[in-house]
Design a protein around this ligand. Structure first.
Ligand code: SAH
Ligand code: MG
Length: 971
């Protein structure tokens, strides 16, 4: 019946192409194109915007580097009611669109539900698809497989035109999808897909020929020479062959993983080169894994394929195992790497044909890559990598607040670890509890106590009970997390009793507990089960022994995965370490002047460090890792213990140099730039140590935020936003500039209110904060736009890098300017300078300035909230903190602030009024945050000033979002 639909290949090429195409399009049961699926679901609500891209290789993402020759590529943005996705770049517009649609389908989880054939229909589709792949048209289509087909035509005599079945099974997603409907096991077994393809090829006798004893297929009738020649010439003119670096993972554990160079000739087929290296005959004897790591990567494991005869007789992974087992020994390292069986020696390489280009893509794979992927499978390693600090960072002990967390968030790390280890995604369930009820909730209980103290303090200080913003809500959340097998059997469950004020904090905290436990298990799988269980209990984790050991720990050889994570882990960590937890007190030599500013528990310490591997007596030294600025929450074991112990002894501005025992080798090798030297040092007879050079750059006291969040409801920051919104309404402001915008908290929150604002601008001198602000504004604005949310009419948003004591004419005459909790971060004279510059040059209609009220500190510091477990240092810390935050250069009393503001207003022809948030004006000691509102006397305002002030642009552009640009692209 297939033969009826597809014209015999004796027709001329042109006709042939037409026919095959139309057959594919009209076959209703064929899997639909991504665009068709999107259309079916969203109709004309789906908007494709295609833009031309000039040079994407400049974008600095090495994994995406594409060799390109044409001047112009296309990228497509697909706007859907629910999400917006952006494709990679393509030579053809339509490929960019298909790719965007494909990403959207992936993200929305609409996996071609529409395609639901019977088994017979699926077989038909499979043979039909094969026929299409071997059609003349396909040879020139932009599909990763077509590169293989063209390369196959360059193979020498006997193998000429032979395309490995493994390649067809792997690179064509439609084949994979169809096979799932023939045998559900195909989803997880590429061998099964291969055998189904071979079987389909045997049925499809017109177009495709199954090659005797080879695992490859061939077109029955040769391609017309006129078609073959140009495509080959075209490719050979592009590159002259190259050497690529790959990694060999021997199946024998006695042999080291090592670097290898492969010579890929233009005239050959790269899989033949890999085959040779693996000691098998030719390309079709090579088994290829799915991609490892990022979806965009081409990193795969190549290993010897089982002989053809073994493919025919199995229908599940389990059977496959028994057959292939005979052929080579299990490669445990490689198996752990990809979570599937690998037999025999394996090669890790990043090479292949992609959607992006018809050229062969490849990039070097170093030992470092190998080790980074390896450690990425452990929670601690994944976290270290997200911080790019393998030899400094450590998975923190507890989740305190979002604002203190650095690196990937626990929930995200947990999700990816679950994915790596092939169990289901974790399921979180949040529970709302009331703190008023007298349940036995340790976390909340403590908070209750704190609150009571607050109340006492309040009355002592004479604060009226009416100021209800103190002490806040009585709601809190707990969160439970479950991890199940793919078959939904419960592996473990973590149910912390501690309550959090924010749902998300409760979630992150539960995720972190699971991560901490998994980490202990994965780093030391030898730990006796009783001990693991005891640790689990402490972390509020309950293990389901049976399923846990199935997935992770058992040595039961009959199990579906044969080798468990624990077994594999044991093999890899050829640990040269290390009993890190030392008991003796630890002292380092500290150099530099003592500034007196030291980190205390809960503060954020920022350090600059470098780490080298040194041999005994320092005779040899190899640099491993360094970081200019690394920030971590102090006292939370967020860095290696020795490092934290060293920093504890330092004051801001001081440096120290110290040596520690080695950490497990895989972390060192994942950090090392030159693996060869590092390896030789590690394996030399000399004993090695790690040498750290650390300078304490800064200490940020998060006390202020913590107080503001814990003591005020809504939090003070929210009250400041509401304050600004009120004034925006009063003057129906359309433009706003936030001086010292920090991470954009005000700009961000303004988007949540319906206001008249059309243009918002932020200025700051901290690039790090600006980057954060840009990221968050970008997502928020785009999602507002996607959601066609009409509460915001914002047309443009801009961020500038600059000091607000300097004038930039682009920000002249705005309707409203804000400067919240910023001036106290500058020297007093600069704060005064800012006042002059803003009112004399920027001339906003309204200026709102807020700063802490020094007199209020008694209240704040007398009732330091405890957000954490018992912490005897907390009291000391509160006392030693004269200002609310270590970065504050001053904090003014009410009269100091009034004086400054009144003088300033008088000088520049503004009126000024005073207000505040937190507390009240009428009761001592006034507001927690005092606010001055300056209003321009408009009659005096010189509208031409703008023109006169051609100072040029003092601020550097950091980021800009413009609705006009976005919409014009749409047209
Ligand atoms: N307004 C924000 C941030 C307050 S933190 C909020 O309310 O959340 C103070 C901010 O002022 C920091 O981001 C700091 O980088 C910034 N800052 C300090 N001195 C500055 C200067 N001279 N010019 C611009 N920004 C400054
Ligand atoms: Mg401040």
């Amino acid at each position: 019946m297939i033969a009826d639909k597809i014209s015999p290949p004796t027709l001329t090429a042109g006709v042939m192409m037409e026919t095959v195409k139309s057959t594919c399009n009209s076959a209703k049961r064929s899997p639909m194109t991504p665009k068709a699926i999107i259309h079916q679901r969203f109709g004309d609500k789906a908007n494709y915007e295609v833009e031309e891209v000039q040079d994407l290789t400049q974008k600095g993402c090495p994994g995406l580097a594409v060799r390109q020759k044409g001047p112009c590529l296309y990228r497509c943005t697909l706007l859907l009611p629910e999400i917006v996705v952006v494709s990679d770049t393509f030579k053809k517009k339509k490929d960019a669109e298909q790719s965007a649609a494909e990403i959207a389908i992936e993200k929305l989880g609409i996996h071609q539900k529409e395609y639901n054939p019977t088994i017979l229909e699926a077989w038909d589709d499979l043979t039909e698809r094969l026929a299409f792949l071997f059609s003349i048209e396909f040879l020139s289509s932009p599909h990763p497989l077509s590169g293989h087909f063209r390369a196959a035509l360059r193979r020498e005599s006997h193998f000429n035109g032979c395309v490995p079945v493994s390649v067809i099974a792997l690179y064509d997603t439609r084949i994979g999808n169809i096979c799932k409907h023939i045998n559900s096991g195909a989803e997880s077994s590429s061998l099964l897909v291969m055998s189904l393809v071979l079987e389909a090829a045997a049925k499809q006798t017109d177009m495709v020929l199954s090659v005797e004893e080879q695992l490859s297929l061939k077109r029955r009738n040769p391609y017309p020479p006129a078609i073959i020649q140009p495509s080959i010439d075209h490719e050979s003119s592009l590159c002259n062959g190259s050497t690529i670096e790959v990694v060999r993972i021997p199946s024998s554990r006695d042999k080291d993983v090592q670097m290898l160079k492969l010579n890929i000739a233009v005239t050959g087929y790269y899989l033949d080169v890999i085959a040779q290296e693996l000691g098998v005959c030719e390309a079709s004897n090579v088994l290829i894994s799915r991609t490892i790591g990022k979806a965009s990567s081409e990193l795969r494991i190549y290993s010897p394929a089982p002989p053809k005869r073994h493919l025919w007789y199995h229908s599940s992974e389990r059977d496959a195992k028994h057959h292939i087992h005979l052929e080579g020994s299990l490669n445990e390292r490689a198996s752990y790497f990809i979570g599937q069986f690998v037999y025999g020696d394996a090669i890790l390489a990043s090479i292949g044909y992609t959607w992006k280009s018809t050229d062969l893509f490849h990039e070097a794979v170093s030992l470092r890559t190998y080790y980074r992927i390896l450690v990425n499978k452990m929670p601690n390693g994944a976290y270290k990598i997200s911080r790019d600090a393998l030899l400094a960072a450590k998975l923190p002990l507890a989740f305190t607040t979002r604002s203190n967390w650095r690196g990937s968030l626990p929930r995200d790390v947990l999700c990816s670890i679950c994915r790596f280890h092939h169990v289901s995604e974790p399921v979180f369930s949040v529970q709302l509890i009331s703190l008023d009820s007298s349940q036995d909730l340790p976390g909340s209980h403590k908070k209750m106590k704190v609150m009571e103290t607050d109340r006492e303090e309040e009355s002592e200080a004479g604060v009226a009970a009416s100021c209800g913003d103190l002490v806040g809500s009585t709601e809190a959340f707990t969160c439970e997390v479950k991890i199940c097998t793919k078959n939904q059997e419960l592996i473990l469950q973590c149910s912390p009793r501690k309550a959090y004020r924010k749902q998300i904090d409760a979630i992150q905290s539960a995720a972190l507990k699971v991560l901490s436990w998994l980490d202990i298990f994965l780093e030391k799988p030898d730990t006796p089960f009783e001990k693991l269980n005891a640790i689990a209990e402490k972390l509020d984790i309950h293990l389901s022994l049976r399923y846990f050991s199935n997935e992770f720990a058992s040595s039961d050889s009959d199990h579906k995965c044969g080798i468990t994570i624990a077994q594999a882990r044991k093999l890899i960590n050829y640990s040269c370490s290390s009993d890190v937890g030392k008991d003796e007190p630890y002292f380092v030599v500290v150099g530099g002047q003592n500034s007196g500013v030291t980190p205390s528990n809960g503060s954020l310490a920022s350090v600059c460090y470098s780490v080298s591997l040194v041999t005994d007596g320092d005779s040899l030294k190899e640099h491993l890792e360094s970081c200019e600025e690394f920030e971590f929450e102090f006292g939370n074991e967020a860095v290696l213990p020795d490092l934290e112990a060293a920093v504890a002894q330092m004051a801001v501005g001081q440096s120290s140099n110290f040596q520690t025992e080695l950490v497990p080798c895989e972390f060192i090798l994942a950090a090392a730039g030159d693996s060869a030297v590092t390896l030789s040092l590690l394996s030399s007879a000399r004993s090695c140590k790690l040498e750290y050079n650390v300078t304490l750059l800064r200490v940020t006291e998060p006390l202020e935020e913590r107080m503001e969040q814990a003591l005020f409801s809504p939090p003070l920051s929210k009250q400041r936003v509401e304050f600004a919104v009120q004034h925006i309404k009063n003057v129906s402001a359309s433009s706003l500039v936030d001086f010292g915008c920090g991470s954009g908290s005000l700009l961000d929150s303004l988007l949540l209110y319906p206001t008249s604002l059309e243009k918002i601008v932020g200025v700051d001198i901290s690039q790090r904060s600006l980057a954060r602000a840009a990221r968050s504004l970008h997502t928020k604005l785009n999602s507002l736009l996607d959601a066609k949310d009409t509460s915001s009419v914002i047309k443009s948003a801009v961020l500038y890098d600059g000091s607000i004591t300097a004038y930039d004419s682009r920000l002249h005459g705005f309707d409203i300017a804000t400067c919240l909790e910023v001036i106290e971060h500058m020297e007093e004279k600069d704060a005064c300078l800012f006042g002059d510059v803003v009112l004399s040059s920027f001339c906003p209609k309204i200026l709102i300035v807020s700063t802490p009220n020094y007199e209020y500190n008694v209240i704040l510091q007398g009732s330091t909230p405890q957000s954490q477990e018992e912490d005897p240092d907390e009291e000391k810390q509160a006392q030693s903190c004269k200002f609310r935050n270590h970065d504050h250069k001053f904090e003014w009393t009410r009269s100091q602030f009034n004086q400054w503001a009144s003088d300033l207003a008088a000088k520049h022809n503004y009126s000024v009024a005073f207000s505040g948030v937190g507390g009240s004006a009428d009761t001592e000691p006034g507001f927690a945050s005092q606010i001055a509102i300056f209003k321009r006397y408009d009659d005096d305002y010189d509208h031409d000033l703008e023109a006169q002030m051609e100072f040029g642009h003092q601020y550097a552009d950091v980021w800009e979002w413009n609705i006009e640009d976005l919409l014009s692209k749409k047209e």
